[in-house]
Every structure is written in structure tokens, then in C-alpha cells.
Design a protein around this ligand. Structure first.
Ligand code: ADE
Ligand code: ZN
Length: 354
């Protein structure tokens, strides 16, 4: 029998059954930078295909460089890795590799960031990026049954003028992305810097998200909400430093796309055991689990779940259900589809412990 507030009885699910349940449960991934899914093997393959010289002798040497001390130390290597992407086929291959991995992890819907300025600054046309990504998304839907939407991210270390120029280039491809986000170096680049370009994006009917409260202070989360009108906050873990902000995020049901392995690898938390995932859920926040840059941070979506649940014994089956459900609620899918996917999550847990 299910309890009154849950669609299943948690007592009927043995703790040993939880890892397999989490692995197979339908989930949405809402915070993945497609350039961050570029595995070292593919970086080397594309470098060879495109005759791009890499400052690393081997896949192993490149992987060995993935020892980050903060966000910037990661971004330096991440932008260098993206330099091998030149043709539509490269973008398609990269995205397809991610979609296959995500589908194997039970991802039924993904909202995927891309960083056009990283490519247009190197002379790669916006059309090349978007055409390759769009082809991959069509294949994901047709062959994997996984729906994909793209979110164009502006690089916050660049100027608002540059963001406006990027938006202009993107407009002929408006139907290929559903929203805009803000990523790259957070500290010293507050949301206010992009107030006007995000206002224009809202006029265009685009969804709005922003990285905030990863390394930056809670005030950046507030500015993302108040100035950019963000509908979702990417990371947002530093909200816990401001109880009034936590209360607001909970009251307004603003989702946080949290990325535990990223937080560990970029030293946002000292250990996974110290990760605030349980505290975020207990505060009533619509927190979700995501992989951010899985090729750089040691794992795709299921690895983020398994390592986090392994490190935090206070996370159990109710939290697993809640996180999967939150991922559907927090997506930008039509309301009816969100409800349907939420019911699929409920049915999955009910079948395991009805
Ligand atoms: N770009 C790719 N990953 C990022 C992250 N975790 N924070 C900010 N910008 C990013
Ligand atoms: Zn991110």
C-alpha cells in the first residue's frame, strides 16, 4: 500500500534494491554542456580528423591534466578541448555520443547547453554548430526515443555586446533552441552585466536559465531571478548561505540543477559526503541531479546519482523518487508531457514497492 503522500510504500523497497532502481528509473537531464561531454578519446580522434595540434601527447596525458582547483582551472582546459570541433559532423558525433550514454542511464529527455561563442570566436559559423547539433537531436528522438532541446549559453566573461551579436547570429535558427543561459567564469561577472540581452531574449519568448551560486555569492542567484528573470538556477548550491533566499526558492518552486560530481571536482565541496543535496531537498527546494561536464568530472548522470547516494546515507528511496520527479517538473516540456513523465516515475517506483 502506498502512503497518503507517496505513490509507493518506501518500506517495501529494500535498500539493496535502490542502486538498480535509480539506474533504470526514467529521468530528465537539465544541466549538461555538450562541449563538456567531449571525451579525451574523441578529442584525439577529432584532432586527427581535422589536423588540429593538441598540447598533449596522448589521451592519458590529457586525462591526467583533469585535476582542477576551481572553475577557472577547468574552463581553461574545457575551452582548449573544444578547439577540435570544426565541422557539422564533429558537433553531431559529439552530441550523439552523449545521447547514447544518457539513454543508457535512463534519460528520456535532455535540455542541453551549447556555447556558440567558443566556436564562432574560432571562425566556426553558428550554422555549423546548430546544424550538427540539430541532426544529432533528430537521431536521438528517432533511434533512442529521447527528446532533446537546446539552450544557448552566453559566456559571461565576454561582453554583453558580444552576447547581443551572438543572439543576432542565432535568430535565423530560433526554432532549434528553446532558451538561453549564462555560463563560464562566474566570479566578477554578475547577472546584471547581461540585463539588456536577457530582456531581449524574454521578448523573443525564450526560456531563461542562468548559472548562479556555484562559486558566486547568493546575491548572484537573487540577481539571476530579479534582473534576468531566470526560471531555473543552474547549480545554486550557495543559496544555503541565505535562509531568506532558500525560503523564496522553495516558495516560488524555482528549480536548482545541481551537479554533485562537478561540485566535487571544482572544489565547491571538499568531499561528496559534505554535499548539501539532502539539505536542499529537506528545505523543500526543487533540486535535480545533473552531470554538467561529464567527460571532465568523472561520470554521467547515473554516476552522479550513485556516488552521491553512496556518500550520503541520509539519501534513500524517497529522495531518489523526489529527484527523478523534480527533473520532470523542472523541465521546459509542455505541462501535459511533464505530468505524464511524472506519472511514469510514480508508476516505476510503485511497481518496485507497491
Ligand atoms: N561551462 C561549462 N561548465 C560550467 C560550469 N560548471 N560553470 C560555469 N560554466 C561552465
Ligand atoms: Zn554548468
Amino acid at each position: 500500500m502506498a502512503s497518503s503522500s507517496l505513490p509507493f510504500d518506501p518500506a517495501r523497497i529494500a535498500p539493496e534494491a535502490l542502486p538498480a532502481l535509480i539506474e533504470r528509473c526514467p529521468k530528465a537531464e537539465l544541466h549538461i554542456h555538450i562541449e563538456g561531454s567531449l571525451e579525451p578519446e574523441l578529442i584525439f580522434e577529432l584532432a586527427q580528423r581535422n589536423r588540429v595540434a593538441l598540447p598533449y601527447a596522448s589521451v592519458e596525458a590529457l586525462r591526467a591534466a583533469y585535476a582542477f582547483t576551481d572553475l577557472q582551472s577547468f574552463l581553461d582546459i574545457y575551452y582548449a578541448g573544444a578547439s577540435v570541433l570544426l565541422t557539422e559532423e564533429d558537433f553531431e558525433d559529439m552530441a550523439l555520443a552523449y545521447f547514447h550514454r544518457a539513454a543508457a542511464d535512463g534519460v528520456v529527455h535532455a535540455e542541453v547547453f551549447f556555447d556558440p561563442q567558443t566556436h564562432t570566436a574560432r571562425g566556426v559559423p553558428f550554422a555549423t554548430v546548430m546544424n550538427g547539433l540539430t541532426r544529432a537531436a533528430d537521431i536521438a528522438l528517432g533511434e533512442l526515443g529521447m527528446s532533446v532541446s537546446y539552450i544557448l549559453c552566453f559566456l559571461r566573461h565576454l561582453s554583453e555586446e558580444d552576447a547581443f551579436a551572438t543572439l543576432e547570429e542565432a535568430l535565423p535558427y530560433r526554432r532549434h533552441f528553446i532558451g538561453v543561459g549564462l555560463d563560464s567564469s562566474e566570479r566578477g561577472h554578475p547577472p546584471e552585466k547581461f540585463a539588456r540581452v536577457f530582456a531581449r531574449c524574454r521578448e523573443l519568448g525564450l526560456h531563461i536559465v542562468a548559472h548562479a551560486g556555484e562559486e558566486g555569492p547568493p546575491a548572484y542567484i537573487e540577481a539571476a531571478l530579479d534582473v534576468l528573470k531566470a526560471e531555473r538556477i543552474d547549480h545554486g548550491v550557495r543559496c544555503l548561505e541565505d535562509p531568506a533566499l532558500v525560503a523564496r526558492l522553495a516558495r516560488e518552486r524555482v528549480p536548482l540543477t545541481v551537479c554533485p560530481l562537478s561540485n566535487l571536482k571544482l572544489c565547491v565541496v571538499p568531499t561528496l559526503a559534505a554535499h548539501p543535496m539532502k539539505r536542499l531537498l529537506d528545505a523543500g527546494l526543487v533540486a535535480t541531479v545533473n552531470s554538467d561536464d561529464p567527460a571532465y568530472f568523472g561520470g554521467y548522470l547515473n554516476r552522479n546519482f550513485s556516488e552521491t547516494f553512496g556518500a550520503l546515507p541520509s539519501l534513500g528511496v524517497v529522495e531518489a523518487w523526489r529527484l527523478a520527479r523534480n527533473s520532470m517538473e523542472a523541465s521546459f516540456l509542455p505541462v501535459g508531457t511533464r505530468r505524464e513523465l511524472g506519472q511514469q516515475v510514480d508508476a516505476f517506483f510503485a511497481a518496485a514497492g507497491g
